[in-house]
Design a protein around this ligand. Structure first.
Ligand code: M6R
Length: 369
């Protein structure tokens, strides 16, 4: 039931705040993270792990990329992300101290399932982040962190994506607590910020009308580029995937730092570029670098749509359009920045008269290799 919405996707985007809130619910005790279902991986085991490998496909792999930045930073453990279908055909080096984390909305993606089985047979420990209770992948794993996004019907993933990222944050914080790599106060502060995200997402949903206008103006565009840096990079990839899937146009996401290593050659007058701008408060000073990227592409005639935090005035003179997101911890910005991109993919598809729930050639869950 679409509940009065024009499509399942419109409904599911509107549910992104609840997907995050419901994934956090029941996992915070006294301001700290306690995921009850993690019993299969107790604190002692979490302390013995020396490497994490996240495996997934499509959008779920982009959620894993965001997770990598957070988990590595907080738990001080090396994290790699790999597409499930690449992973098991290269004889990866695994040990009982390797934790393989799979991420899957359906829990039935064949490539991911086979990768989990492969990892388990070779002695690695396995954790499944999954949105579907009792699905095959969680049943094949040592421990499960369910995302509570609710059933996702539209083929293109939206609310499951933000729930997957949230689950990665919770897992990263639980790991940091077990390994004592963050102080209790630091964890509490991050948890409190994460708990603010659902309300902040409700704010971001208000940008939907403006994005619909932009998408309708751009209905004839043949190519859109997305730039992001640090945790904004996977969001650029996600924005591009949604446009390919839904609007059938060429779209590519790049790490902003990579621009001058090649992609800048693509910039010509009129090229539309979405830029996810890091917070000016970020101590890594990535904001200035990305603003300078914007200047470089604008000087070559690109039309820039910036997604930037409230109060970031430095970006204003350089962008054609600024979509605002509320102030959050830099690690949590991906949750806020992705929603305008989900809207954009859906609205551009709608402007082209396409079926946003059932894009051509795609299945909701890919159960063949
Ligand atoms: O069910 P899964 O999360 O394992 O599915 C993985 C991908 O097939 C999925 O995310 C796909 O990329 C979506 N169509 C993205 O919108």
């Amino acid at each position: 039931d679409k509940g009065g919405w024009s499509s399942f996707m419109a409904k599911e985007i509107s549910e992104e705040p609840d997907a995050v809130a419901n994934t956090i619910r029941g996992r915070v005790v006294d301001g700290l993270v306690q995921i009850p279902e993690m019993e299969g991986l107790d604190d002692e085991t979490l302390r013995s792990i020396d490497r994490i490998l996240i495996i997934a496909c499509g959008t779920a792999a982009y959620a894993g990329m965001v997770g990598k930045y957070a988990i590595e930073q907080w738990a001080r453990i090396p994290v790699d992300v790999e597409l499930a279908h690449e992973f098991r055909y290269r004889e990866p080096v695994l040990s009982p101290n390797t934790l393989v984390v799979s991420i899957s909305q359906s829990g039935e993606t064949m490539d991911t399932l086979m990768a989990v089985k492969y990892a388990r047979e070779r002695g690695a420990r396995t954790l499944s982040i999954c949105n579907t209770q009792g699905a095959t992948i969680p049943r094949e794993s040592d421990a499960i962190v369910y995302t509570h996004a609710g059933p996702e019907v539209a083929v293109a993933s939206t609310k499951a994506f933000v729930a997957q990222i949230t689950a990665c944050y919770l897992f990263g914080l639980q790991l940091a607590q077990a390994r004592e790599t963050l102080s209790t106060d630091a964890v509490r502060a991050l948890v409190a910020d994460l708990q603010k995200v659902p309300d902040q997402l409700r704010e971001v949903l208000k940008s939907g009308d403006r994005i619909a206008e932009l998408a309708h103006w751009m209905a004839d565009t043949r190519s859109v580029l997305f730039l992001g840096r640090h945790v904004g990079y996977p969001i650029a990839l996600e924005g591009a995937l949604k446009l390919k899937e839904l609007a059938y146009i060429h779209a590519e996401g790049f790490a902003a730092g990579e621009l001058k290593h090649g992609p800048i050659a693509l910039i010509e007058p009129g090229q539309i570029v979405f830029v996810i701008v890091p917070s000016p408060r970020d101590e890594r000073s990535l904001h200035a670098k990305v603003v300078s990227n914007i200047q470089e592409i604008r000087a070559r005639g690109a039309r820039v749509i910036a997604i930037a935090e409230a109060g970031d005035v430095a970006v204003l003179p350089h962008a054609d359009e600024v979509i605002r997101i509320p102030l959050a911890s830099p690690f949590f910005e991906p949750l806020l920045a992705v929603v305008p991109l989900h809207f954009f993919g859906m609205e551009l598809a709608a402007a082209k008269g396409l079926d946003v729930d059932q894009p051509r050639n795609l299945a909701k869950s890919v159960t063949v290799e």
